[in-house]
Design a protein around this ligand. Structure first.
Ligand SMILES: *[C@@H]1O[C@H](CO)[C@@H](O)[C@H](O)[C@H]1NC(C)=O
Ligand SMILES: *[C@@H]1O[C@H](CO)[C@@H](O)[C@H](O)[C@H]1NC(C)=O
Ligand SMILES: *[C@@H]1O[C@H](CO)[C@@H](O)[C@H](O)[C@H]1NC(C)=O
Ligand SMILES: *[C@@H]1O[C@H](CO)[C@@H](O)[C@H](O)[C@H]1NC(C)=O
Length: 364
């Protein structure tokens, strides 16, 4: 897997912090050391938990997506809820059940007004006519647990089972940003001549930006979203209007820093590392040394890294994990065998991470 931020043409209004492939983790409420972070396991028995979000409603539940197509619910204290499955689309998605498959349910996000409309958005790989497609869908949860309706927003043919992308998130502007992989193979052979990330008529290898609060009629067909009229290429007929940025290979985990507009562009040495797992700018109150730093990881290593700007330079650092005897509760000394994703809670803005076959811990 290749490891480089390849955002060649990012429009300036949004600060998107990106990465590639990707599990989950949480803290103990005691005084923490400033020099290292304590990690605590929050959930296990999960196969590739790829994403986590906490609902902003009366229950404040954590939703954790497993790559094979199930979203689980946990209470804010991480006990499993009685009806613990929020959504099960496992019979619709393509996933071979192994840790290394790059397909499946790759991302989800809650509508900013989820509390009222119970809508969430999914990025998943599904089969249609023998081909794999990246589906972007809107799910409206029903009153009864397990019942939902689903509307397709986009279906993008993916030519290869690797580099299928998968982040989906709302920006500060309440538009939906979709991070589509270029669908090339790991060795580059399948995209060597097609170079679809640079192709203005393809949605592959792009960041897309759409307005899901409105719908439209395009070429006499109903479309379940509208293209914002300030998308960068809307006035150029050679470009698909949904395109917001292009030239991206496989954006696996990306985030928006709600407090800053700085876009880090950092080139990652992929000869030394394997594939960057994008995280968050730490805005938690507990670890003052990490405040304002971008936390990320590499899929091949069980370590956390930080990135912070000093004048015009980006400086990287390592985060050391405290020995268990320094930490309260069920502390662990390692983040996990490899890190595959990050998440964040709503209240404390602590960062959680995910590792294959379990939900990681939280930095406290
Ligand atoms: C760009 O992609 C379109 C749609 O997939 C394809 O028809 C076209 O040949 C591609 N153009 C180039 C220059 O590869
Ligand atoms: C439209 O896009 C094409 C292809 O990138 C470019 O060559 C052309 O200059 C653009 N036209 C305008 C008016 O920006
Ligand atoms: C930040 O950059 C300045 C020079 O621009 C340098 O003197 C200083 O040591 C740097 N700080 C860190 C923490 O690297
Ligand atoms: C983390 O520390 C190790 C050993 O000190 C070093 O080799 C590595 O480059 C560091 N990583 C980053 C991203 O700074």
């Amino acid at each position: 897997m290749q490891l480089r931020f390849e955002l060649r043409s990012l429009s300036k209004s949004l600060n998107i912090l990106c990465s590639f492939i990707t599990v989950l983790v949480v803290p103990c409420l005691t005084q923490m050391s400033e020099e290292c972070v304590c990690l605590q396991r929050k959930a296990n028995s999960l196969l590739n938990p790829v994403y986590l979000q906490q609902a902003l409603d009366e229950n404040n539940r954590f939703y954790v997506a497993e790559q094979y197509g199930v979203i689980h619910q946990y209470s804010p204290s991480w006990t499993k809820e009685e009806n613990s499955i929020l959504l099960d689309i496992s019979s619709d998605v393509v996933h071979d059940g192994t840790l290394l498959d790059e397909r499946g349910l790759l991302g989800f996000t809650l509508h900013p007004d989820y509390n009222r409309n119970r809508k969430l958005y999914l990025y998943s790989i599904r089969k249609y006519n023998q081909n794999d497609y990246a589906y972007v869908t809107e799910v409206i949860l029903g009153e009864k647990n397990g019942k939902y309706t689903e509307n397709v927003l986009l279906a993008i043919k993916q030519p290869h089972h690797q580099r299928n992308g998968g982040q989906i998130l709302f920006g500060k502007d309440n538009f939906l940003y979709i991070f589509v992989g270029d669908g090339g193979s790991e060795d580059g052979s399948s995209d060597a001549h097609t170079n679809l990330a640079q192709n203005s008529s393809s949605l592959l290898g792009k960041i897309l930006r759409i307005d899901v609060s409105n719908y439209d009629i395009v070429s006499d067909r109903p479309q379940n979203y509208r293209v914002p009229n300030d998308n960068p290429f809307v006035n150029n007929a050679s470009w698909l209007p949904e395109i917001y940025a292009y030239g991206c290979r496989n954006m696996w985990r990306c985030s928006v820093d709600m407090e800053n507009e700085v876009l880090p562009i950092y080139t990652y040495n992929y000869k030394q590392f394997s594939a960057v797992i994008g995280g968050y700018v730490y805005r938690g109150k507990v670890l003052s040394k990490l405040f304002g730093k971008y936390l990320f990881a590499d899929v091949a290593f069980s370590e956390f890294y930080t990135l912070i700007r000093n004048n015009s330079q980006w400086i990287t650092g390592n985060v050391s994990v405290c020995p268990e005897e320094m930490c309260p509760c069920n502390a662990r000394s390692q983040p996990g065998m490899s890190l595959i994703s990050f998440g964040q809670d709503n209240q404390e803005k602590q960062v959680l991470h995910a590792v294959p076959q379990e939900f990681g811990s939280m930095f406290t």
